[in-house]
Design a protein around this ligand. Structure first.
Ligand SMILES: Cc1ncc(COP(=O)(O)O)c(C=O)c1O
Length: 418
């Protein structure tokens, strides 16, 4: 046998042993899912496991979508939604979403709407369509970790602007401006915010838009929590923008409490037709998976028109009540500082590690808390900010109180003795 043939045989034999994972797949990391799905720590077997970690309002059965939303899906079952539809969405659904988000200042048509498989997919498509290996996207810190997952997977470079906790997590605008250069593809903003639970004032939104306008940079707005603010109104960046192109990502997951239904959308606000080429790209990227679930798409017109306004207001008052409970429970714990949210479904709590004896950071805090108290908040290092944890507010009241009580006891046990 020739050396070349022997070599080929050996390569084939190797392949029969192990199929290699591609570097692209291997390097794709979603830190939240990694921690939550493959938790390496065992909770204390003597205490019930209280998970305040995952932003899924359906987990405990206490936040249900309204009957009108379920009926809308039940009724389309008898129709004909079994087939493929245009990959960027059914026209009836796109029209309904355009109607829902149209304002006098920002009129939309179905052509401005692209339906996606959840908001995650809308973000993937938006980032993929605008970012390139030489053009970076500027992300929030702390920020939803999926942005980095997507950027890493697509080879899009990133930069980060800081959010300031003491200013209701507003953006450090001076820093944001300093990060923009000729290779900036987009600024990504999240409003209201996961993980911070913050909601920007209109004044702050206009300040951000004015920086983007100065440098001609488009905005990707993750607005999955739009409308979910405890007080005052909620405005999308697209609605407020006069000159900046805005790609607004949204979906059914949070406001309608159905994350598992996996339908989201991208709404393009582009008053000066600067995104004509991008629109073509969005359609092409939607075609990669041939579109989102058609059953849910077909129900969208009724989901949007039939959801009673009281459903939205009661969800928000329950979330605000949960935030008030956590804030009050943790107020007297010297080693923790809770930051009151203005919207979404999360609360950030700072860990004063210098006041704890053997806890050097948020990861150690969470690991030890799980082992001793069976309480699982997310370490906010995952979101890019050290020594905070993120609590989810859709957890039933009694579990929230118990979790806070155990955190207080934990901090007392581990407090640094001077
Ligand atoms: C800020 C933010 N964007 C996007 C998503 C993803 O939404 P979807 O479940 O519709 O993909 C989430 C989910 O937690 C989120 O918090």
């Amino acid at each position: 046998m020739s050396a070349a043939k022997r070599n080929r045989m050996r390569l084939i034999e190797d392949r029969l042993q192990q199929i290699a994972c591609s570097p692209c797949a291997d390097g794709t990391i979603n830190p939240i899912r990694k921690l939550v799905d493959q938790l390496p720590i065992r909770p204390n077997p003597d205490k019930s496991f209280l998970k305040l970690s995952i932003g899924d309002p359906s987990v405990f059965g206490n936040f249900e979508p309204p009957a009108e939303v379920k009926n809308a899906v039940r009724d389309v079952l008898s129709g004909s939604c079994q087939g493929y539809e245009p990959a960027h969405g059914m026209i009836v659904a796109r029209e309904a979403i355009a109607r829902y988000y149209t304002t006098p200042a920002s009129p939309l048509t179905f052509e401005d709407v692209y339906i996606t498989s959840g908001c995650s997919d809308a973000l993937r498509i938006a980032m993929d369509c605008i970012g390139t290996p030489t053009k970076h996207i500027i992300l929030p810190k702390p920020g939803f970790s999926l942005y980095q997952t997507i950027a890493g997977n697509r080879g899009i470079p990133t930069k980060f602007y800081n959010l300031i906790p003491e200013k209701n997590w507003e953006i450090d605008l001076v820093e944001l401006e300093s990060l923009i250069d000729e290779n900036t593809a987009a600024i990504l903003v999240t409003n209201p915010s996961n993980p911070c639970g913050s909601a920007f004032s209109v004044k702050h939104q206009l300040e951000i838009l004015s920086i983007a306008e100065k440098y001609g940079v488009p905005i990707i707005a993750d607005e999955i929590y739009q409308g979910m603010v405890f007080e005052g109104e909620s405005h999308s960046f697209g609605e407020l923008s006069k000159n900046v192109p805005v790609l607004s990502a949204g979906g059914l997951a949070k406001r309608w409490l159905v994350p598992g239904w996996r339908v989201g959308w991208l709404v393009v606000h582009d008053r000066h037709q600067r995104l004509s080429a991008v629109r073509g790209g969005l359609v092409k990227l939607c075609q990669v998976i041939i579109g989102a679930n058609t059953l849910i798409q077909a129900a969208i017109p009724r989901i949007l028109s039939d959801t009673p306004p009281e459903f939205y207001s009661s969800t928000l008052s329950r979330l605000k009540n949960a935030a008030d409970i956590v804030y009050a429970e943790l107020k007297g714990v010297p080693q923790l500082k809770a930051f009151m949210p203005q919207g979404a479904m999360y609360m950030m709590v700072q860990i004063k590690v210098d006041q704890l004896a053997d806890i050097e950071d948020d990861m150690k805090f969470v690991e030890t808390l799980i082992t001793e108290e069976s309480v699982f908040p997310l370490p906010a290092g995952i979101f890019g900010i050290p020594n905070f944890v993120r609590l989810v507010l859709t957890v039933p009241e009694d579990i929230l109180r118990e979790a806070c009580r155990r955190m207080a006891q934990f901090c007392d046990r581990h407090k640094r003795k001077h």
